[in-house]
Design a binder for this molecule. Structure first.
Ligand code: DLL
Length: 445
């Protein structure tokens, strides 16, 4: 079986009909059960009857992360606590976590979407799934877990960390599908190499990677090292978790959005107006089936574009490009806008480096300063250090090469710091690529 669900290949017009029915139902649900939304609707002088077409969604108010925080913990729940069977949350970096809840139907729908994702990635019933997403409040571990079981896959709930053990179990159990953040999976591959195991020789065939921005170059690196096909999976706890959208292994060209459960909009984050199809903007989702925490026009902060062209795999769903970055991750360095994933893209083209990096932002006087910390490959290190007193010159040549690439491609001059092999911190979940020290320094001054 190629598709997990028939709806994935349904006519767009049928999907839109279903979307409208579900949208109207969801709007009634929040209006009747969530005081926050009822008040917002009343302020805008709209009622559920005003939603007559999908385009009418633009009449509705936006929801933002701080609305969840302000209603901490359960203020936006639309069902009594007895009907909630699961709670997740995201800690963020400051303040209170955002809390999300699921009814049994919500969990079943979520599992269905993740099962679709496993099929889209190339997996099928009976394939062993090695799930290295973290289990806990984070939606990655349990979200993939239930979907993998629903797809009929023996599921290894290994979670993140304890990398040596992960490697032993991949080898002993013969997993075919591996799931985790791209940065952690790279960490596993590197560890295999260190142990003298060729990562491309394992039983793994497919990877389902997401939860953090990653580049096309990173995909190529992971595919080459592990001898697999890797697809991108997108999701966020406020909207559901992993499975909101996933790529197919056939095209590997954009992520299929689960249109029957979410209505997508792409807006200009400054004007809040819709942008044209194919144009980058902020992704905004309205849930169509969620019971415990229905969400209206959630501003994700994620930047991507969408297309409604039919995909080579046969799915008819709306597709989004990979997430370029988050609005708040966009670095504005001396007036130039750069996403960390663009820096990654160009860095990974430099053969002398491994795909590990950190971007440190500091202030030099009143100007923003970027330090790019990168790591040389073992081979380059060996070669350079065997050259005796030429070593310094060789490393400084590499520094110039990186600086030139960043200046030409990202239009920013960066201070390059080249580190020895295996010296930058490795991730076990979402990688911390950007360390912004600009504010701390302001406070300290
Ligand atoms: O990261 C859910 C998830 C788990 C997705 C496992 C995929 C796999 P949160 O912790 O709430 O949920 O973080 C959501 O992570 O708004 C994006 O900024 C980012 N993100 C998620 N998937 C991708 C992706 C999970 N494929 C936030 N590419 C989102 C880029 C991603 N960024």
């Amino acid at each position: 079986m190629k598709f997990f669900s028939e709806i994935e290949t349904a006519e767009q017009s049928d999907i839109q009909k279903l979307q409208l029915e579900r949208l109207q139902q969801s709007i009634r649900h929040v209006y009747e059960n969530v005081p926050f939304y009822r008040q917002k609707f009343e302020e805008l002088n709209i009622s559920p009857e005003d939603i007559k077409s999908l385009d009418d969604v633009t009449k509705l108010p936006f929801t933002k992360k701080n609305h969840l925080r302000e209603n901490y913990p359960f203020g936006l729940f639309a069902v009594p606590k007895e009907d909630v069977v699961r709670i997740h949350g995201s800690s963020g970096t400051s303040g209170k976590p955002t809390v999300v809840g699921y009814t049994q139907n919500d969990i079943d729908n979520w599992a269905e979407l993740v099962a679709r994702a496993i099929y889209a990635a190339g997996g099928t019933k009976g394939d062993i799934v090695h799930n290295a997403y973290g289990y806990g409040l984070f939606t990655g571990g349990l979200g993939i877990h239930y979907g993998s079981e629903k797809a009929g896959c023996p599921t290894v709930p290994i979670s993140g960390g304890n990398t040596d053990r992960q490697i032993t179990l991949i080898q002993d159990f013969g997993a075919k599908v591996i799931c985790g953040t791209p940065s952690y999976i790279l960490n596993i591959a590197e560890k295999m190499e260190e142990m003298g195991i060729d990562p491309s020789e394992t039983s793994l065939e497919y990877g389902i990677f997401g939860a953090e921005p990653w580049s096309e170059e990173m995909r190529e690196t992971l595919q080459r090292k592990l001898g697999i096909k890797a697809v991108d999976i997108y999701g966020l706890s406020e909207v559901m978790g992993p499975g909101v959208a996933v790529e197919c292994h056939e095209a590997q060209d954009g992520l299929h959005i689960a249109d029957d459960h979410f209505l997508i909009e792409v807006i200009n984050p400054d004007t809040l107006e819709p942008v044209a199809e194919g144009e980058d903007g902020e992704l905004v989702f309205t849930s169509l089936t969620k019971e415990a925490l229905p969400i209206i026009r959630y501003r994700t902060g994620d930047i991507a574009s969408i297309t409604r062209e039919k995909c080579a795999c046969g799915r008819t769903t709306t597709k989004m490009t990979r997430v370029k970055g988050r609005i708040d991750d966009m670095l504005i360095i001396r007036g130039v806008n750069v996403f960390p994933s663009e820096i990654e893209y160009y860095l990974l083209q430099i053969d002398e480096l491994v795909p590990q990096y950190q971007i440190h932002l500091t202030k030099k006087g009143s100007l923003d300063n970027v330090e790019l910390h990168v790591e040389m490959s073992e081979e380059f290190y060996q070669k350079a250090s065997s050259q005796g007193n030429l070593e310094e010159e060789i490393v400084s040549g590499l520094k110039k090469k990186i600086q030139h690439s960043m200046k030409t491609n990202c239009l920013v001059t960066m201070d390059i710091h080249i580190h020895q092999p295996k010296s930058l911190p490795r991730s076990e979940g979402k990688a911390a690529r950007v360390v912004d020290r600009r504010k701390e320094e302001k406070v300290a001054n």
